[in-house]
Design a protein. Sequence first.
Length: 267
Amino acid sequence: MGAGISLLGIPHDGNSSYLRGAAEAPALIRRELHSDAYSSWSETGLDLTGRFIDHGDIDFKQPGDPWQRIESEVGRAMDGGHPLISLGGDHAISWPVLRAVRRRHPGLTILHIDAHPDIYHAYDNNPRSHTSPFARIMEERLADRLIQVGLRTVNGHHRDQFRRFGVEVVEAARFREGLRLDLTTPVYISMDLDGLDPAFAPGVSHREPGGLSTRQVINLIQSIDQPIVAADIVEYNPSQDLSNLTALVAAKLLKEIAGMMLKTALG
Ligand code: MN
Ligand code: MN
């Protein structure tokens, strides 16, 4: 079938610190993605029809460590050699996903869009908390660079962690149109939907006003001038959504990330 994009649902919200619900996200995002109400073309000028290789959802009812499951299933989904988009789930899943992605990409920059840094050394005594994945990712050197964009909840401990790990941070207060990221390696996008302003994406567990618009996030994705080798879209919480608006935003971002991946694959 030539160029394609792998999809994998990771319906896990057991490490959310406040509300559950993100585990219900993958099916609802897929429904919007495939709805006849919307165009199947991405803004990169490519039709995505027939381009998705959907590996379904990880079944967490099977016994065993869910983190090992995620790592092995992501590895399996990437075996075909196509770029992968994972659908969370809460943000905790990014750690085991990146373990698998890193094995294939010795040079890797993470572009992390979020209201929150998710880099607590410890929170609720849970090293897998969705407040901590980027601490674990940087401890394990699963990326060469971490660039966080859209933050608006930064505290003193976070700033210590930024220094410790050399995190490059563009807080929402300093975000501007035409932001240049100066990327030099393949890119992993970690897209927390609460990076968007809740006016655009209300269906999240932690609404944080003062965020980016859907257009600003799409423009940032389209500015990436290195291959996007994998991505996750996390923290959609259907129990907080209004008229499936946030599922639709998630599907739109999925299409624009996929459109960039496909453009690279087709040369
Ligand atoms: Mn997050
Ligand atoms: Mn967040």
